[in-house]
Design a binder for this molecule. Structure first.
Ligand code: ASP
Length: 439
């Protein structure tokens, strides 16, 4: 039995944060596998270690001196070591990494050192083994994760060490060169370790007490979501809630491992628990909307043709055109004599006239209308299925506030209702939905 615990950059920004992490890890004997990010910001305006490393690389490429940045990094990490009195001769690693920098250094190698050094510090501080990610996370030459090899290596490492710290964010290619993941990739490393070792729980420690029910920039002090399913997480992330990346959830979701989002600065807060499903929950909480997410900046194309349902080939052809232009469609609504496609502006802006021209010439619709500046808002909740009248409540709340709904769709799994409104009504829509269902 074990838990994999991953700590993000703000949980590792300085010695005080390291000390909090140690308390958390040692408080539960099941927290045997620790995955760390690089040091994050200590205060607004501070720099993340990973950004500083990218900056060094850029300086090297353009022939600027990188010495000042190296000095900042060396001082910061040495200070953590000294303040925690950790028995780790970090100077040796620092001079090996930064002593002979050249223009030709691989960016992946250099940028991964933030996690590498933090993991070494943390391993020495906890008295856990340091296991380099380059020896347990493997990619193929195509850049894709080699899951079988990775899982085997993680299992082997765990058999040997039992208690270990692994740097997040990188692994190695078949030629032993370092390859980094996308930004925030330590979440993926943690999920891979949890999946490989069949952990009973994957804890992801951050600086917020769980996932919030709505964007705090719009709703004042939104409540945290206590429990949500992977399906709900997916719906919320799809419309832009800044939660975990799909890639970092997939490995644990496949193995039915629950994920808990927790706050290093408030360790007793239960945060958000995400799982495949929850038993016996109907009577535990009468809130049936889990969260709200949305985004502005959509285009809506409405294509009219009489009797579409009798001959749907126009729909097929239109979808093919979008596909050929590599434009991803976010929503489709089909009616008797028309259908409507929602596309994000970023996707279609440059290709709008080409796409529309092609639809006109190949599909010959009766008319085609384009609306810009549409916002889409998803109201997500697994328990909406069991409750009649939720859409009614939602629509009348918006109507009472004079918000005109342009589009309505419901997810086929009935766990989300999505409304499209004019972008100017976006903020009010989120607020009204929050107040009606969560307030
Ligand atoms: N340190 C990397 C970043 O800033 C990866 C991570 O934190 O997960 O994106």
């Amino acid at each position: 039995m074990l838990k994999v615990v991953k700590f993000g950059g703000s949980s590792l920004a300085d010695a005080t944060q390291f000390a909090k992490v140690k308390d958390i890890v040692l408080a539960d004997p099941l927290r045997k596998v620790v995955v760390v990010s690089a040091a994050g910001k200590r205060y607004p305006g501070d720099h993340k270690m990973t950004d500083l490393l990218y900056l060094i690389h850029a300086h090297l490429q353009y022939g600027f001196s990188q010495e000042e940045i190296v000095r900042i990094i060396v001082e910061r990490l040495t200070l953590i070591r000294d303040q925690l009195r950790v028995d780790y001769a970090i100077e040796e690693d620092l001079s090996r990494i930064f002593g002979s920098l050249s223009k030709d250094i691989s960016i992946d190698e250099l940028v991964s050192r933030g996690e590498y050094l933090n993991a070494k510090l943390m391993a020495a501080y906890l008295g856990y083994a340091f296991v380099d990610a380059s020896s347990v996370i493997f990619f193929g030459y195509d850049g894709q994760l080699d899951t079988a090899r990775t899982y085997q290596a993680l299992q082997d490492a765990y058999t040997v060490h039992q208690k270990m710290v692994i740097p997040g964010f990188y692994g190695s290619l078949p030629n032993h060169k370092i390859k980094i993941m996308s930004r925030g990739g330590s979440d993926i490393t943690g999920a891979l370790a949890a999946a490989a070792l069949d952990a009973q729980l994957y804890e992801n420690w951050t600086d917020v007490s769980g996932i919030l029910m709505a964007d705090p920039k719009i709703v004042k002090d939104p409540k945290a979501i206590q429990r949500m399913t992977y399906a709900e997480l997916r719906e919320l992330s799809f419309l832009g809630a800044s939660v975990l990346h799909e890639e970092s959830v997939m490995p644990i979701k496949l193995k039915h491992i629950p994920l808990q989002i927790l706050n290093t600065n408030e360790p007793d807060h239960p945060g958000t628990l995400i799982d495949e499903k929850f038993e016996l929950e109907e009577d535990q909480d009468d809130r049936f909307v889990t969260g709200i997410a949305g985004r502005t900046g959509f285009y809506v194309l409405t294509i009219y043709k009489e009797q579409i349902l009798a001959d749907t080939s126009i729909v097929r052809k239109t979808l093919e055109i979008f596909d050929n232009f590599h434009v991803q469609i976010e929503h489709i609504t089909l009616g008797l004599d028309s259908f409507l496609l929602t596309v994000s502006s970023a996707q279609i802006r440059d290709r709008l006239y080409d796409v529309v021209g092609k639809i006109q010439s190949e599909c010959k619709p009766d008319t085609l209308e384009i609306e810009e500046n549409i916002a889409m808002i998803a109201c997500v909740g697994r328990r909406m299925r069991y409750r009649p009248g939720i859409s009614g409540k939602l629509f009348s709340a918006l109507g009472n506030h004079g918000i005109n709904i342009r589009i309505i769709t419901q997810g086929t799994n009935e766990i989300s209702i999505i409304v499209g409104v004019e972008s100017k009504d976006y903020i009010d829509t989120v607020k009204v939905i929050y107040d009606s269902f969560m307030g």
